[in-house]
Design a protein around this ligand. Structure first.
Ligand code: GLN
Length: 542
């Protein structure tokens, strides 16, 4: 019998609903249950693929090529299992399915309405899964009170009614602001938020209260009274220094016990959270530190590079060092300033990116890393920039560029017009839609024996997740190789360069894929682990 847990958010956004949902998943897993988490986002985009990372944070990519909300990254990292395109939907997708059905005449003359047609489509999405799990956790994006979330809230109310309240649980995340002037925690916003939920027919079973301090028994009693739920179901979610502390904290506050009691379930095994405790212990007591310069465009919004940040943290913990990420706006980097910008830097990383802004600064960063023999890691756009820099400064192709930035230069990196995947061939041209049309998801690469990357992965074929439209142009591979840039990995058909490296450099690796999506706290990604090791050598820590 599957149980459904719906996670909603109140008061304001960015309270950490995704982390809360993922942490609950961890606790249920630790009790021996099979769990899956899904995200239902109420915005009208079909997926976040075309949204600016400034607005929405990173676009996370699943194995099967869905462009999703960054919360799916948390789910994967916390539960140590892959999500899929079935684990995410948006209002845009739901409405577009309904409109498709309407055009086909599926509604047989009915007036198509939000209730029941949109709500039915949402319920069908929730119910429709082949995963044999004990718990399906569904996180509803946005905040209670948003106009777009209404059909989702109505749908989960109806869904709970249909499958029985004994098989569903509503967990609501709120904020308890602390007023320093009066020295007290205020419960009013929570009361209002719960009232709003109640007005839609949903009585929360658990209130997860984000606060800077543990809430007192008196405060819990008050919230319990006003919000109509048992005091023990009012749980403190205290601010913590690392997201990896959240599962243990919520366990201490009794979250998983309350959930199991709600469903009348006994634990299948005693939850053992010691791996989480040792991970956070290593994280908070490192034996050294390294400074990594990350050259990007969205440096003011860390969420734009969520998985990258986490992958660096995992690799730091593995190597017992704190990774200090120094975010550098590429538009500030010039040849004259490079020396001062990169003083005290142990390694340089250029992550994925789109568009032509700030490209010159990134090229300068690569040149600096290459010439000064500072470890360099180029991810996706970072690999393309690495190749362009090499073509310009080592092969004498001074106007080498990517057709993404400039249609007049020499297109050492050009638009991919055709590629193979498991189901056949994909073709694109300059007029193709932008949404969902990149080379996406997991693809195989074949590595060159004894290359650096082969030694890092210790296997000849790898599978990594991709999200790109442009690709190194095969016509230039020989010229670049003759001057010392090694193409150490290709797609199995040999048509798409996947990895580059420089043999005569301590650590210079570019990859066309995004390894950060596969790094997990208890399975750090080998490329990141090796990169941090190289940074440690650079800073003479080893
Ligand atoms: N903009 C580049 C491309 O589309 C790189 C993409 C990326 O870094 N994810 O190929």
């Amino acid at each position: 019998m599957k149980r459904y847990i719906f996670v909603t958010g109140g008061v304001l956004s960015s309270l950490g609903k995704g982390i809360a949902a993922a942490s609950l998943g961890v606790l249920l897993q630790a009790r021996g249950y099979k769990v899956r988490i899904r995200k239902l986002d109420p915005y009208l985009n079909c997926d976040p693929g075309t949204m600016s990372p400034y607005q929405h944070g990173e676009v996370f990519v699943t194995e099967d090529g869905a462009e999703t909300d960054l919360d799916l990254g948390h789910y994967e990292r916390f539960l140590h299992q892959n999500c899929s395109s079935f684990d995410t939907t948006t209002a845009g997708k739901i409405y577009s399915n309904v409109i498709d059905k309407e055009r086909k005449g599926d509604y047989l003359g009915a007036t198509v309405q939000v209730i029941p047609h949109i709500t039915d489509e949402i319920k069908e999405y929730i119910a429709n899964d082949d995963f044999d799990v004990d718990f399906m956790i569904c996180e509803i994006g946005g905040t209670i009170g948003d106009i777009e979330s209404l059909p989702f809230i109505e749908a989960i109310r109806q869904f709970a009614y249909a499958v029985g309240r004994e098989n569903t649980l509503f967990m609501h995340l709120t904020l308890l602001p602390y007023l320093t002037t009066s020295g007290e925690i205020k419960t009013k916003p929570t009361q209002h938020s719960v009232k709003e939920l109640l007005s839609h027919g949903i009585q929360p079973d658990i209130l997860l209260c984000r606060a800077s301090k543990l809430i007192t028994e008196d405060e819990r009693k008050k919230i319990s009274l006003f919000c109509n739920l048992p005091q023990k179901n009012v749980i403190s979610a205290i601010d913590v220094s690392s997201i990896y502390k959240v599962p243990s904290n919520l366990h201490e506050q009794g979250l998983d016990t309350v959930v199991c009691n709600h469903f009348n379930l006994k634990s299948k095994k005693n939850p053992d959270l010691t791996p989480w405790a040792s991970f956070t212990k290593k994280l908070t007591s490192p034996e050294g530190e390294v400074n990594i310069a990350i050259i990007g465009k969205y440096t003011s919004l860390q969420d734009a590079y969520k998985s990258l940040n986490e992958a660096l943290i995992h690799a730091g913990v593995t190597n017992n060092v704190r990774v200090n990420s120094r975010w550098i706006n590429s538009e500030e980097i010039t040849a004259a300033k490079a020396e001062s910008i990169f003083s005290n830097i142990d390694a340089i990383l250029v992550p994925g990116g789109f568009g032509s802004r700030g490209i010159d600064g990134k090229i300068e960063a690569v040149r600096y890393a290459r010439e000064r023999k500072i470890p360099y890691f180029g991810i996706c756009l970072g690999m393309q920039i690495g190749v362009i820099e090499y073509a310009r400064n080592k092969c004498g192709i001074s106007d080498a560029t990517s057709s993404e930035f400039n249609s007049n230069g020499i297109p050492v990196v050009g638009l991919m017009t055709e590629w193979h995947h498991a189901d056949g061939v994909e073709t694109r041209d300059t007029h193709s839609d932008l949404g969902g049309s990149m080379r996406l998801g997991s693809h195989e690469s074949v590595l060159k024996k004894d290359s650096k990357i082969h030694n890092i992965y210790k296997t000849m074929t790898i599978e990594e997740r991709h999200r790109h439209r442009y690709e190194v142009n095969l016509n230039y591979v020989k010229i670049l190789e003759d001057k010392g840039l090694m193409f150490s990995g290709f797609s199995p058909d040999g048509n798409l360069p996947e990895t580059v490296e420089i043999a005569d450099h301590p650590w210079f690796v570019g990859v066309q894929f995004h390894p950060e999506f596969k790094s997990r706290p208890f399975a750090p990604h080998p490329l990141f682990v090796s990169f941090i090791e190289a940074a440690m050598k650079q800073s003479r820590l080893v």
